[in-house]
Design a binder for this molecule. Structure first.
Ligand code: ADP
Length: 155
């Protein structure tokens, strides 16, 4: 199974959407392996958004991502990185498909409620960035045999 990072951004926390988002993640059959609320700062955002640090809108990203605590989640499943990325939808909520988190819950390209890791490699780095090893729990729900066929769970 893969593990991926979700951040429920201030635009989700401030709008009291976290329960709705967590519910959708669980109803899909993705497993929550770690979850906590934390206050981000510019230092961690410079690492997390290293590919955007030189963009003129980076200060605005820092402002919006530090406006309130966020909820960080490590979520596990077969092909979890791709599955959760597709559940999240494209960056701009106005262009995101209905049925995706961004498509259903936001109107913004910046205040787009959720971060989802984009590759398996980045997911590993990002989970390690936000969680200590002892904050990740290697458990599966009691009814996991109903989430997958017998030969799928080994992936
Ligand atoms: P994604 O979050 O879909 O992987 P990016 O990695 O390109 O997208 O961007 C990271 C985050 O930076 C976006 O989710 C969004 O909050 C913010 N962002 C991206 N592009 C812009 C922009 N042009 N103006 C303001 N904020 C942006």
């Amino acid at each position: 199974m893969e593990i991926t990072l979700a951040i429920l951004k201030p635009s989700a926390v401030e709008r009291c959407l976290i329960g709705e988002i967590i519910s959708r993640i669980q109803r899909k059959g993705l497993v929550i392996s770690g979850m906590k609320m934390m206050q981000l700062d510019e230092k961690i955002l410079r690492e997390h958004y290293a590919h955007l640090v030189d963009k003129p809108f980076f200060p605005s990203i820092v402002k919006s991502m530090t406006a309130s605590p966020v909820v960080v989640m490590a979520i596990r499943g077969v092909e979890a990185v791709r599955v959760f990325r597709e559940m999240t939808g494209v960056t701009n909520g106005r262009n995101a498909a209905p049925g995706t988190l961004r498509g259903d819950f936001c109107m913004s390209g910046q205040a787009n409620i959720v971060h989802a890791s984009d590759t398996v490699e980045n997911a590993k780095t990002e989970v390690d960035r936000f969680f200590r090893p002892d904050e990740i729990f290697d458990w599966l729900p009691a009814d996991v045999d109903y989430y997958y066929g017998p030969d799928e769970l080994d992936n």
